[in-house]
Design a protein around this ligand. Sequence first.
Ligand code: ZN
Length: 292
Amino acid sequence: MQGFNKYYPPDYDGEKHKSLNAYRGKHALGDRARKLDQGILITRFELPFNIWCGTCDNHIGMGVRYNAEKKKIGMYYSTPMYSFRCKCHLCDGWFEIQTDPKNTRYVVVSGARQKDEEWNPEENGGFAIHDTEAAATSVDPLSALEKSTDAQNHLTKVQIPRLESLQGLSDHYNDDPYARSALVRKYFRTEKKIYAAKRAADDQIKEQYGLPETLKLLEDGAEARDEAREEWVKGRRELEAQTSIRRARLLSSAKPCPSTNNLSSLRARILDNTRRSSLLAKTTPPERKGIL
Ligand SMILES: [Zn+2]
């Protein structure tokens, strides 16, 4: 039994035993590692296809699971190849299935027969998925020459100039990192000063006119000034137009008086005023005349 819990017996010595599994003389993988000295690990293996057992000739369905002996049998480039040795659950016979990284599939090696259920579209009126024959066909020497010439042209006219330009660009940006960095930092410092001055001026204007702090002001310049002037002129014209319309309405709504009436009333008013002033001159004491 592996050390699943954290109970450390009294005679456990950390320096001597290192781990609880070592103290008990067990592997961390337990019974599954009982054949580890032969390079075999017991794993759960699920049949990837239907097979017939070679010993008892019984059909075993896809998906049946076995405690298989997993063993590394070699390499396909950098991919390990494994074999799974299983014992038939219906008899005592063993069968072996291996991985085939080259064709990305499993292969029955011994002790059983695989039921061939692979769908082949070519046999069923479709097109072949993998054109494995194309590579084997004889090559037309003229077309091969044409292809190689095209490839050569592409290399000299497109790829090499592109690589050279990329190399040049890389050299341009990486030849002197210190100078580049200094240049950028210098530029940043001057920009920062200009930005700070602009912001201070904006803040002052906002404070002066009681504008909200979040308001974004336009940049001061000839263009902005022209725009502002145009806006002002436009607004002024609109205002004048509105005033003239209002005046015209007022005049049209007033009652028209005949001009003869106007004249006669004016005459009467003048006469009345003259009469009053002459009366006032008679009644007013001489000392008040000067004041009036
Ligand atoms: Zn069997």
